[in-house]
Design a protein around this ligand. Structure first.
Ligand SMILES: [Zn+2]
Length: 98
């Protein structure tokens, strides 16, 4: 389950020093949608909990943009994670506008 509460995020990821590509919010923590990996790895997907921007981690665990093609790829090979991702984006956007 995807949990957006900060308390649920892994402390090891707290040393990340990257910023959201969209709103510039410092990325201090990360979590994974499936709850399996404890620290982000290259290629893992990140959602900004401030603005719902979706990005992926590069080899330095900094964020880089996720293309529509990559998003479609996730949708194809991992529809469950894709749905969780889209749910999270929708929840954050609803929160921001509500
Ligand atoms: Zn953001």
């Amino acid at each position: 389950m995807l949990n957006l509460k900060k308390e649920s995020l892994h402390p090891k990821a707290a040393s990340l020093k990257c910023k959201c590509l969209s709103c510039n919010e410092p990325l201090e923590m990360a979590t994974s949608a499936d709850g399996k990996s404890e620290v982000p790895e290259k290629g893992n997907i990140s959602i900004c909990i401030m603005c719902a921007n979706v990005a992926k981690f590069d080899e330095d665990l900094c964020l880089e943009p996720l293309s529509e093609g990559e998003l479609n790829h996730i949708k194809k090979v991992d529809p469950k994670s894709y749905r969780l991702l889209m749910d999270a984006v929708r929840l954050i956007k609803e929160r921001n506008h509500g």
